[in-house]
Design a protein around this ligand. Structure first.
Ligand SMILES: Nc1ncnc2c1ncn2[C@@H]1O[C@H](COP(=O)(O)OP(=O)(O)OP(=O)(O)O)[C@@H](O)[C@H]1O
Ligand SMILES: [Mg+2]
Length: 458
């Protein structure tokens, strides 16, 4: 079997969000006021409202080169709210999440990793006029022939596609590779698509709105029947990040016009991205911005557990924030005053050097009340599809107050497993108790360690 590597395109980072999968947004109303429980978030209203303002500012492009910090005790929703920001920004604004300790890799320099993520967080919206065939799909007919190499299989020699616009219809005879793209985009009859004349790439825009009454409820996007001819010039908008461009151009190739630059996106290959290359890309990008072909979209670089960065990284970041093309950087930490990593004795709030801290806006998160913890546990239980009894819920909320919210949420999992073992329909209080005895939280573990009879190696 052939593996099609050519079209592997997106190299955006996959997010580790399973613990936050219930978070759908910041849960603010029209005026930007946080609702008590909305979009998966509970309480922590001030931080959510502050985050809402940040989202507005980012959308107005008034935030690039700025930095903010979520500071608060463990399990107070810093990571959750940061991810909610990403949801609010939508897919058009880049959001690159990372954990500070990612910079420590034996193979790549720390600053290299920071720079790469920095550029993942800066978007570029490119508008190009392209020659396309566009319309509602009337037919897709693959024409089969016998396999020229013999054997029993059939291969597709070409594919016939009928496209319709308000002005007329056209039948196209196309290369078999386009049939594969059609299948990948899951194109069906009645969809509106366009096919780029040069590259043959297929883009599905949505379902034609003449089909809009098919179902009462669905996630489909409907688009009107295209006007004009099937074969035409069309303004095509493409969103990429600077890192996409770096990676796509990180090997010797032809022209430096936007077409070949974008064309390279289709076939990324792992090659080293050098500073020189980045500077060249910047130059081209600036050029296109000046000409009005492209528009910069500063996004968000989210660095979680920022106290893990060392002084070298902080210095680097500080300088990078100063450059003309910069995203907004959002930090999060649960540390108070501590030694800045990489220094012997420089103690600073949140482990961030004072000169950098000085330019950061800080959003505080505060511990939850017991009712809030209960609501969050209810949401998590629903997300993980586990049933839990009322008194077990109260007990779990109490545990959350005494330890951390995260510990309480995490107990759901072993407790629901115990419920299965006991053949119970829902989690009962004894299963929570048993799970909390089997698995300790950090504080309990620390207490055990400090006992004189703890037989650990010192
Ligand atoms: N206000 C909230 N509403 C709903 N769920 C929340 C809320 N706050 C936290 N959670 C959930 O509780 C768990 C712990 O929260 P989170 O990981 O965001 O804490 P944190 O402040 O980042 O902690 P740490 O400092 O340890 O990184 C996550 O599963 C998160 O989704
Ligand atoms: Mg966190």
């Amino acid at each position: 079997m052939d593996m099609n590597i050519e079209d592997v395109k997106s190299n955006s980072k996959t997010q580790r969000i399973s613990a936050h999968s219930h978070v759908k947004g910041l849960g603010l109303n029209e005026e930007g006021i946080a609702e008590e429980i909305h979009q998966g978030l509970v309480g922590q209203k001030e931080a959510r409202e502050a985050a809402g303002i940040i989202v507005d500012l980012i959308k107005m492009k008034k935030m690039s080169g700025r930095a903010m910090l979520f500071a608060g005790p463990p399990g107070t929703g810093k990571t959750a709210i940061a991810l909610a920001i990403s949801q609010e920004l939508g897919t058009k604004v880049p959001f690159c999440p990372m954990v500070a300790s990612e910079v420590y890799s034996s193979e790549v320099k720390k600053t290299e990793i920071l720079m790469e993520n920095f550029r993942r967080a800066i978007g570029l919206r490119v508008k190009e006029v392209k020659e396309v065939f566009e319309g509602e799909v009337l037919e897709i007919t693959p024409a089969e022939t016998d396999n020229p190499l013999g054997g029993y299989g059939k291969t597709i020699s070409h594919v016939i596609i009928g496209l319709k616009t308000a002005k007329g219809t056209k039948q196209l005879k196309l290369d078999p590779s386009i049939y594969e793209s059609l299948q990948r985009e899951r194109v069906e009859i009645g969809d509106v698509i366009y096919i780029e004349a040069n590259s043959g790439s297929v883009k599905r825009q949505g379902r034609c709105d003449t089909y809009a009454t098919e179902y009462d409820l669905e996630a489909e996007e409907y688009v009107p029947l295209p006007k004009g001819d099937v074969h035409k010039k069309k303004e095509v908008v493409q969103d990429v990040t600077l890192h996409d461009l770096d990676a796509a151009n990180a090997r010797p190739q032809g022209g430096q016009d936007i077409l070949s630059m974008m064309g390279q996106l289709l076939k990324p290959r792992k090659t080293e991205i050098t500073d020189k290359l980045r500077m060249e890309i910047n130059k081209i990008v600036n050029n296109y911005i000046d000409q009005g072909i492209a528009e910069l979209v500063p996004g968000v670089l989210f660095i979680d557990e920022v106290h893990m960065l060392d002084i070298e990284c902080f210095t680097y970041l500080h300088r990078a924030l100063e450059s003309t093309i910069a995203p907004i950087v959002i930090f999060a930490t649960n540390r108070g005053k501590c030694v800045v990593r990489g220094t012997d004795d420089i103690v600073s709030p949140h482990g961030i050097p004072l000169d950098l801290l000085d330019r950061i806006m800080i959003i505080k998160t505060v511990p939850y009340r017991v009712e809030e913890i209960k609501e969050i546990v209810i949401i998590r239980a629903a997300t993980e599809r586990v049933m839990i009894e009322e008194d077990a819920l109260d007990f779990l909320a109490d545990i959350g107050v005494k330890t951390t919210l995260r510990y309480a949420v995490q107990l759901l999992n072993p407790a629901s497993h115990l419920a299965k073992i006991y053949k119970a329909n829902s989690i009962e209080i004894r299963m929570i108790r048993e799970a909390s005895e089997l698995f300790h939280d950090a504080k309990a573990s620390a207490v055990i360690l400090s006992r004189p009879d703890a037989k650990f190696m010192k």
